[in-house]
Write a protein that binds this ligand. Structure first.
Ligand code: CA
Ligand code: CA
Ligand code: CA
Length: 286
């Protein structure tokens, strides 16, 4: 658009210059009234200059001094649909992010170091038995039918360091508010010993109560980070959470029956203190 205006101005200037040259007065007419006209005074060299300037403008139109937006706006208004493609791209929705799993779905993958286990796949001795349950990881869980009779062992291979243990646990439906503290604990042994916590081989110190000293009934399957009484009481868990210090290699984590019908579905051993399992095991455990 700018160049069109410059061309018009150039043509006009050139035409005016030529017109002045044509009207140039002969030498003898200097005293006439017409010779005093302002137009006539611009004839001669000024007229030639204007004609040449106009010719230059036509031949070499310069870049317009006004902002480029004016040209862009003019062209956009002239062709309104030209900007449509760009506008239509902008509101395109970004790809829908993958929905985060709800608590009822698969658990997060356990950390590479440590391990995850279906309780029913452990090495079991009576009175531990396997039971079916649709809400359990892998469809099964274990419980000891007699108090203080039986064990469930799991072998975990670790790179070495400090590890945390989680259990997916539940209390029987028969538990009521009056006996809320029934069927909710196990003894924990590591590599066949009771002495893994403080060096004292006192089995009573290695009781894992699901409830962490709170008055709560585990009606549904819930992941509980293992804590131990460690010479505390049923209300006071001195080792909370249990921090297992393990050398590199394979270790045995053993649950021994304490209160009958305490139910456990799955176990995770992880070096990550911030890891919190959710739902069932992602790959069915081992
Ligand atoms: Ca109890
Ligand atoms: Ca706990
Ligand atoms: Ca299970």
């Amino acid at each position: 658009m700018g160049q069109v205006v410059v061309l018009i101005v150039g043509v006009g200037t050139m035409a005016l210059g030529v017109w002045l040259l044509v009207r140039r007065q002969p030498p003898g007419a200097a005293e006439t009234s017409e010779a005093k006209s302002p137009l006539v005074s611009f004839s001669g060299p000024p007229g030639l200059i204007m004609a040449l300037a106009g010719l230059a403008l036509v031949a070499f139109p310069f870049t317009p001094w006004w902002p480029a937006e004016l040209d862009a706006g003019a062209s956009a208004s002239a062709t309104p649909t030209a900007s449509e493609p760009a506008v239509s791209v902008t509101p395109n929705p970004t790809p829908t992010p993958t929905p985060t799993p709800s608590p009822s779905e698969e658990a997060s993958t356990a950390t590479a170091d440590g391990g995850q286990f279906e309780a029913e796949n452990g090495a079991l001795t009576a009175s531990f038995e396997v039971f079916e349950d649709g809400k359990a990881s892998g469809g099964e869980y274990i419980a000891a039918t007699e108090g203080r009779v039986g064990s469930a062992s799991f072998e975990v291979e670790v790179q070495g360091g400090t590890y945390f243990v989680w259990g997916r646990v539940r209390q029987p439906a028969t538990v009521t508010a009056e006996d809320a503290n029934e069927s909710n604990n196990f003894f924990v042994l590591v590599d066949g010993s009771n002495a893994f916590v403080d060096g004292s081989d006192v089995k009573a110190g290695n009781v894992w109560d699901f409830h962490d000293g709170e008055d709560v009934i585990y009606r549904q399957w819930e992941w509980d980070q293992v804590s131990l009484r460690c010479r505390g009481t049923v209300r006071v868990h001195t080792c909370d959470p249990l921090q297992l210090r393990l050398d590199p290699g394979t270790h045995t984590i053993e649950l021994q029956a304490r209160e009958p019908d305490s139910q456990i579905d799955a176990i995770i051993v992880t070096p990550d203190p911030a890891f919190e399992p959710r739902g069932t095991l992602q790959h069915g455990g081992s």
